[in-house]
Design a protein around this ligand. Sequence first.
Ligand code: C5P
Length: 230
Amino acid sequence: MAKILITSGPTRQYLDPVRYLTNGSSGVMGSALAQAALQAGHQVVMVSGPVRVRYPSGVKLLEVETTQEMLEACLAEFPNCDGLIGAAAPCDYQPAAVAAQKLKKTGEPLLLKLIETPDIVATLGKKKRLNQWTVGFALESEDARFQAIGKLQRKLCDLVVVNGVGAINSPHNEIEILNPAGEVVLAASGTKRKLAQQIIRVLDEQLLGPRSKTASATPSARPRKPQARI
Ligand code: C5P
């Protein structure tokens, strides 16, 4: 049994007290992953942005709004977890400044200056200790495998789940799981519920189970214990 940290849903980045940037992530995949992980006997800590989807009652749920808040919750929980599944779609950009009062219309175009938010999967990837692992998601509209392997390497992931833009706000998905060698360890399509079960099975085999064999993407590949810690 492992304790798995899962990020899920979108984040919001405020322009002023009432307006924000966000995206269409529904949290359905994160919820399905949580359900599948619980069914497989794992513990789940869920850090989620604002979503309508309900998470299984067995998870420890931490609700956040911004990417920074998601990062802080993950930094607090990750040391007590065996690994991370980054299924969230955190906003990659935030306004350089947040107006204290609601922005007024002026009749002129409003120019926004956006700066990058911290990358949660990459930050936790750098903090992995012996036997901890991270799995990222890559939502790609072109050159999916190539882009996804680049993300796996940059974010120091142990596996990356590739999916297309059709995944957003849909009960279905089409995925490939790639390892650091660029090999496809699973290709599947179907409901997110079914795919989540397959993803957890792959994690059990590749990262947690006695047949654990995935080379880590960390600078020095580290040996793994035969069984996950509880
Ligand atoms: O947005 P991108 O395609 O780079 O997302 C790939 C992976 O990185 C996903 O697992 C996502 O959860 C994660 N991510 C993150 N923090 C961000 C942006 C993305 O953890 N600020």
